[in-house]
Write a protein that binds this ligand. Structure first.
Ligand code: FMN
Length: 265
C-alpha cells in the first residue's frame, strides 16, 4: 500500500512531529510504503493564472518544475495525507501554492477509490475552517475521507503555550485510514457525492465548446452515460439519494442550456 504524505510546513516543526507519529504507526502495519513530499524542498512555481491547465490540459502548463512528478505520485498512491500548520487562519502558503497548481482537479476529479487524511496543526485559531477547506477540496478531487486530525500545539522554540487540550485520537484515526485502504470497501455515497456527480456532468455535458478538455475527460471516462451511477463503480448505491441528485442535475443542465442560448453560445 502506498501512502504519500504531503508536508505543507516550511520547517520540521509541529506538523512534522505529528506526521512522524503517523508514519511510525503506519509503518508498523504490514506492506506500507510511506513517502514524504516536503513541499519546502521542491521547485513549485506560483500559478500564473493563465487557465491553460483548465482549458487545454495540465500537461500544457507553461511552468516547468516538480509539480507534474508530485501529481504522478498522487496518482499512484492509495492514500494521501495532506498536512499543514495553520498560518494566518488558513493552510500554509506552500500547500496553497501547490493546491493552486493542481486545481484542474476541481474540473477533472481523479482520486476515486483513494483516501485522504487531512492533518492540521494550529496554536489557537483556524483549525476548524482549515480542516473544512481541506475536506471540501479533497472531496471535490474524488478522495474519500475516513476522518480528520486537528491539533493545538504551541510554536516550537518559543515560550508560548496552548491552553486547549487535544482530544483527537491519533491512533484510532490512523487505524481507520489504514483499514479503509486495506479492506477496499465499497464507497458509501452521501447525497453530496451524488450531487457532485450529477451536477458536474450536467455542466460539462453542455460545455463541449467552452471547455473541450473537461468535456473530453468526462466523455472518455463514460461519465455522460445515462446508466452511469457515479464516477466509479466500487460503490454502495443508494437509489433514493441518487434519483434526487439526478433530477437536480437534469434541471441544472436545462438551466445552463437556457443561459447559453440567451448568450448566443
Ligand atoms: C506565519 C505564521 C502564521 C500563523 N498563523 C496562525 C493562525 O492564524 N492561528 C493560529 O492559531 N496559529 C497560527 N500560527 C501558529 C502555528 O499554527 C502553530 O504554532 C503550529 O503549531 C506551527 O506548526 P509548524 O511547527 O509545523 O510550523 C502561525 C504561525 C506562523 C509562523
Amino acid at each position: 500500500m502506498k501512502i504519500l504524505a504531503i508536508m505543507g510546513s516550511p520547517h520540521k516543526g509541529n506538523t512534522y512531529e505529528v506526521l512522524e507519529r503517523i508514519e511510525k504507526q503506519l509503518k508498523g502495519y504490514s506492506n506500507v510504503d510511506f513517502e514524504y513530499i516536503h513541499l519546502k524542498d521542491l521547485d513549485i512555481k506560483p500559478c500564473k493564472g493563465c487557465f491553460v491547465c483548465f482549458l487545454r490540459g495540465e500537461e500544457k502548463c507553461p511552468l516547468k518544475d516538480d509539480v507534474r512528478s508530485i501529481a504522478s505520485k498522487m496518482d499512484e498512491a492509495d492514500g494521501v495525507i495532506f498536512a499543514t500548520p495553520v498560518y494566518s487562519m488558513h493552510v500554509s502558503y506552500l500547500l496553497k501554492n501547490f493546491i493552486d497548481r493542481i486545481s484542474y482537479n476541481f474540473h477533472r476529479p481523479r482520486y476515486f477509490g483513494k483516501y485522504a487524511l487531512n492533518v492540521v496543526v494550529t496554536a489557537n485559531m483556524g483549525m476548524k475552517d482549515t480542516l473544512k477547506y481541506l475536506s471540501g477540496l479533497t472531496l471535490c478531487w474524488g478522495f474519500e475521507q475516513t476522518g480528520k486530525l486537528g491539533y493545538w500545539m504551541a510554536p516550537k522554540n518559543t515560550t508560548l503555550r496552548v491552553f486547549k487540550k487535544n482530544k483527537v485520537n491519533t491512533e484510532k484515526e490512523v487505524e481507520k485510514f489504514y483499514r479503509a485502504i486495506k479492506e477496499n470497501r465499497k464507497r458509501k455515497l452521501t447525497f453530496i457525492d451524488y450531487i457532485m456527480f450529477h451536477s458536474t456532468r450536467a455542466i460539462f455535458s453542455k460545455s463541449g465548446e467552452l471547455s473541450p478538455t473537461d468535456y473530453k475527460y468526462y466523455n472518455d471516462k463514460g461519465w455522460f452515460d445515462k446508466k452511469k451511477k457515479y464516477f466509479f463503480d466500487h460503490i454502495q448505491h443508494n437509489p433514493i439519494k441518487s434519483g434526487i441528485a439526478r433530477l437536480m442535475g437534469i434541471m441544472m443542465g436545462r438551466q445552463l442550456e437556457k443561459s447559453l442560448r440567451k448568450s448566443g453560445k
